[in-house]
Ligand binder design. Sequence first.
Ligand SMILES: [Zn+2]
Length: 412
Amino acid sequence: MTSVLDRFLRYVRYDTQSDEQSDTYPSTEKQLVLLRDLAAELRALGVADAGVDAHGYVTATVPATLSGRDVPTVGFIAHVDTSPEMSGAGVKPIVHTAYDGRDLVLPDDPDAVLRPRDIPELADHLGHDIVTASGTTLLGADDKAGVAEIVTAAAYLVAHPEIPHGPVRIAFTPDEEIGRGTKYFDVAGFGAACAYTVDGGPRGEIESESFSADAMTVTFHGFNTHPGYAKGRMVNAIKAAASFIDSLPVDSLSPETTDAYQGFVHPYVMHPSVDRTSVKLIVRDFATAGLTEKEALIASLAERVTTRFAGSRVDIAIEEQYRNMREVLDRHPAVVARARDAIRRAGLEPRSKPIRGGTDGSRLSFMGLPTPNLFAGEHNFHSRLEWVAVQDMDKAVEVIVNLAEIWSELRT
Ligand SMILES: [Zn+2]
């Protein structure tokens, strides 16, 4: 049988970078090349209904091996695109067999070195086979590791009809890296009771908490006039905005001063003019109440600034981005509990940490499909130093197969 490594080495050679400047869907045509090939590969494995829809989503069903029993349908999802932050063209994967703790120097750039000193996780992989790129591109383990693991698990289930399981649904999606992975995802058509994105880090991890996220636009309005004749008339919105930004906390509430369960506010773009200056911020917290608090703080700091600049005013727009998947998953505790069982059954200790970001699962959970994130073995994603251990990919395949079986044992 084809191994998860064979598949992974094949998939990373496809350039599937997404592009946030594009307004097509998928954002890049080249993602469709891999998506179509995946559908064909699944059909060749015996997953007869595998196909690509009008938006590029691949869906497929490994039919149930239990007949006449009401076993829930469970889904597994991975994305095919790679990050726009780093080239994914011409990826040359290298398998470093039986890792012995040395520095891994990537041949195409002498500065690209994986050092156990910088990457303590490498110490957990002595004796493992580690896959890297060659130094000038990302590897694409995010999320082609997840894709290879799901296809390999599907192949295993098809080849082992003696394993009891219900219907197993599969989806491969484009454009996750640019936040559009679920834009046209048909939750009702997918028809699963719950799903798992296979797009996480070290072996044993199950992620069920993500940030809740809003975007804010704070716009200061001033008044522009000829600067030579502006006395008593000009109101400079740039100065008001600068004063507002200067009033944001320096030692807390920022990406550069927080971790774990702490949230933040983060100004990241500004469009300045004397007449009108807008500041875009993102607001992050694990609790919706925490978002509201931070937004109230921003509003009061902005209002206070307008009292210093007579004649200025401010308006504030808030846009919801996504919500902590935990709000949904807490109402469906079996979804995470069974994943933890499946991880234990693969001989691993389940581990969880909060995701300081959003996943497609955050959005899918609120679209009616509870979807935590399972480990895929990814490390250093979006980087030239991205890597994955083959032994972790094998474990992820095992966990997927275990999950399919566990959902049939414990009927809802
Ligand atoms: Zn990913």
